[in-house]
Design a protein around this ligand. Structure first.
Ligand code: ADP
Ligand code: MG
Length: 362
């Protein structure tokens, strides 16, 4: 089911001050995709999700789910949450501690007076799906964090919703479990072929789980794209910076040719992708991801996008070193393989491919 949001605005008032949690949000969430709302804490993700579910009342705008208007100020429409055909998984799971796994999962059906045999069948089916077969009688609180998470998922799925919504569902899990649950969730959601709206502030979750990512800031959608577009060739500085580590090298566009442009930057001329078509003479920035910077012997640093500099720092981070190389006044961060034979203070060359850096306009 497609979700369509138009001009959605929501204000809160705190100590006499207005907080605009959603600022005229226009958004189409395509059917049967994993769609992520990504952004820093406080940018309005939860508020937007709660408006879609019907737990929060917007001030202005319109929301449709599968072509049906579920909320509209102008037309005075409000469809209550239970009539919207949605399933939701919260950060805290909202599992009932005094109930066993079966009752937790069956709850949404018991509430709707579904016949007992059908409840049993549907709970069995959904528990099989989340790989919790045989856990029916267990107290929900005796389960591990990851298992509780799957109970919450099963409960959200048992009524066979048309759309499932998640609000930071992995944030209470430890790092290792979060990683495996992320993969599992991706598999579950892909198999289900359901519209999933996923809220997170974690860029890795967004990149690994999503078909599309909408990056939010201060109540607005800044940019929408698939994970690779957002990571490799974003249109906004805020997005490029938020989604991963980024070297942003300022300069002025010297010339433009087809898909690329030459930027006279603080490290010298950089050839970079110019998807936005920034014109010659404009101020711009080249964005270079640390993992795309190659190290060369200082003497071999000749040709386009090759620069010479001095290793300012090398920080051991386990699987690699995080290095900083100084080129004039500019510091570039790069990934240094453990086997690389370089030290702080060394003169080195660096190179990045023109297709592996891109121009941003502000
Ligand atoms: P996110 O989920 O992205 O962290 P939220 O949607 O929870 O952001 O909040 C967006 C903004 O609205 C924040 O500034 C938050 O403080 C404010 N806000 C959210 N809910 C309320 C509320 N019930 N009362 C007052 N302010 C709120
Ligand atoms: Mg939130």
């Amino acid at each position: 089911m497609e979700i369509s949001i138009k001009g959605l605005t929501r204000d809160f008032y705190s100590q006499g001050k207005r907080i605009r949690a959603l600022d005229h949000v226009d958004l189409t969430i395509p059917a049967n995709q994993i769609f992520t709302l990504l952004g820093p804490s406080g940018c309005g993700k939860t508020t937007l999700l709660r408006c879609i579910v019907g737990l929060e009342m917007p001030d202005e705008g319109e929301i449709s789910i599968g072509g049906e208007v579920v909320w509209s100020r102008e037309r005075n429409i409000f469809l209550p949450p239970e009539k919207r055909g949605l399933g939701m998984v919260f950060q805290t799971y909202a599992i009932w501690p005094h109930m066993n796994v079966f009752d937790n999962v069956a709850y949404p059906l018991q509430n709707r007076k579904v016949p007992r045999q059908e409840i049993r069948n549907r709970v069995a089916k959904v528990l099989r799906f989340v790989q919790l077969e045989g856990f029916e009688k267990r107290a929900a609180t005796d389960l591990s964090g990851g298992q509780q998470q799957r109970v919450a998922l099963a409960r959200a799925l048992v009524a066979e919703p048309k759309v499932i919504l998640f609000d930071e569902p992995l944030s209470n899990l430890d790092a290792k479990l979060r990683e495996s649950t992320r993969k599992e969730l991706r598999r579950f959601l892909t198999e289900l072929n359901i519209t999933a709206v996923y809220v997170t502030h974690d860029r890795l979750e967004a990149l690994t789980l999503s078909d599309q990512i909408a990056v939010m800031r201060s109540g607005r959608i800044v940019e929408i794209g698939d994970p690779k577009k957002i990571y490799f060739n974003s249109d906004h500085r805020f997005v490029a910076d938020f989604i991963g580590r980024a070297n942003l090298v300022p300069g002025k566009v010297r010339s433009v040719e087809n898909s690329h442009a030459v930027l006279d930057s603080t490290v010298g001329p950089i050839i970079a992708l110019n998807s936005q078509g920034i014109s010659a003479g404009c101020e711009a920035m080249a964005c270079v991801r640390p993992e795309f910077i190659k190290i060369l012997p200082a003497g071999a640093a000749e040709g386009s996008n090759c620069f010479r500099g001095k290793v300012e720092s090398l920080l051991f981070i386990g699987e690699s070193y995080e290095g900083e190389v100084r080129i004039g006044e500019t510091l570039l961060t790069l990934v240094v393989e453990p086997a690389a034979d370089i030290r702080e203070g060394d003169e080195i060359g660096v190179f990045f491919h023109p297709d592996h850096c891109f121009l941003l306009s502000e």
